[in-house]
Design a protein around this ligand. Structure first.
Ligand SMILES: [Zn+2]
Ligand SMILES: [Zn+2]
Length: 328
């Protein structure tokens, strides 16, 4: 058995990627596969997209017998890529020049457009996992792109909410969230001409942050050079804030939520979500009994009280980074 397939969870209505072939991944090798000059990283580059050598999803997956109810399977069709953010082996976005981070954003857009040209692909999701604390031992700054033949459940939920909000209130939910955050000004960490970074009213993690656009943009490839620069500027503040608060061993996940490729909804907006398990430098929050078992999160504290720490950290680093926006 190859053990490489999608399995349907009929109780939770979602696909599980079964990737038996990934067990032998050489995660703890001393040789860095992303430093320039390796077999995959030759030539001149500042940011680089590569096929994932151990893909959970691929365009040529093994054939799978579909099974029958209640145990349905499907082939693990999709795309997994790696995006190397810089030739420099250590660091994070705040250590990479702004122009280069904006090239990274533009590359994510190009890859989205290219991957989405395959008619089987419904959704493209760039993301980054950072930090040994969440299992990332490869320290060379890199992100990943997963592309699915289905719309992931979390995105389905967001789209359903946006549609319901339009039906019930006649307005765009994303616009209303941003307007209310600006009006209240209680949870904003940083804002520039096109993007706002905030600790959401509805945060699940203690130091969760979201980036929302101030205008209509749905997909990464709609960003022009200036908008990509401003998104890069906002991301550098966000990750810089985490390093400032949690020290060199900090960990986070950064997820780009963009619109589905084919199902266009006029109200959906591109946004970026950062989740970090840190409660402090050395204390972590786990998605434990109630969080994972019920999907009901407890926010330890109050977001409005915690945002001060994030703003202070942003103030300390914004000057150093030459940031283009302001901290309220
Ligand atoms: Zn390296
Ligand atoms: Zn989202």
């Amino acid at each position: 058995m190859s053990g490489h397939e999608l399995r349907w969870n009929p109780l939770l209505d979602c696909w599980i990627i079964v990737a038996g072939h990934r067990k032998g991944r050489p995660w703890h090798s001393t040789f860095c596969p992303f430093c320039p000059g390796g077999s995959e990283t030759q030539g001149e580059w500042r940011v680089l997209a590569l096929p994932n050598r151990y893909p959970a999803l691929s365009l040529n997956p093994p054939k799978v017998d579909e099974g029958c109810e209640p145990f349905i399977k499907s082939e693990a069709l999709g795309v997994c890529e790696v995006v190397v953010e810089t030739p420099v082996h250590e660091g994070d976005f705040q250590d990479i020049p702004l122009e280069q981070v904006s090239e990274y954003i533009l590359l994510l857009g190009e890859r989205t457009r290219d991957i989405a040209s395959n008619p089987a692909i419904e959704y493209v999701m760039p993301f980054k996992n950072k930090g040994v604390l969440i299992g990332v031992s490869l320290t060379h700054p890199h992100s990943q792109i997963y592309a699915f033949t289905f719309i992931p459940p979390r995105i389905v939920r967001e789209i359903e909410s946006v549609i319901r909000y339009r039906r019930d209130y006649g307005r765009n939910l994303f616009e209303d969230i941003v307007e209310a955050e600006i009006r209240e000004s209680k949870r904003i960490v940083y804002v520039n001409d096109e993007f706002i970074l905030l600790l959401p009213f509805y945060a699940m993690w203690p130091y969760e942050m979201h980036i929302y656009p101030l205008r209509d943009v749905k997909l990464l490839y709609e960003l022009d050079r200036y908008s990509a620069l401003l998104l890069a500027d906002t991301i550098r503040v966000a990750t810089g804030v985490y390093e400032e608060l949690f020290g060199s061993e900090y960990a986070y996940m950064m997820i780009f939520h963009q619109a589905p490729i084919k199902q266009v909804n006029k109200d959906y907006r591109l946004h970026v979500e950062f989740y970090t398990p840190h409660l402090s430098r050395d204390r972590l929050k786990y998605a434990a009994g109630v969080e994972w078992g019920a999907w009901v999160f407890t926010y330890d504290g109050v977001p409005e009280d915690r945002v001060g720490e994030l703003r202070e950290a942003a103030r300390r680093i914004a000057g150093r980074l030459g940031s283009l926006g302001r901290i309220p």
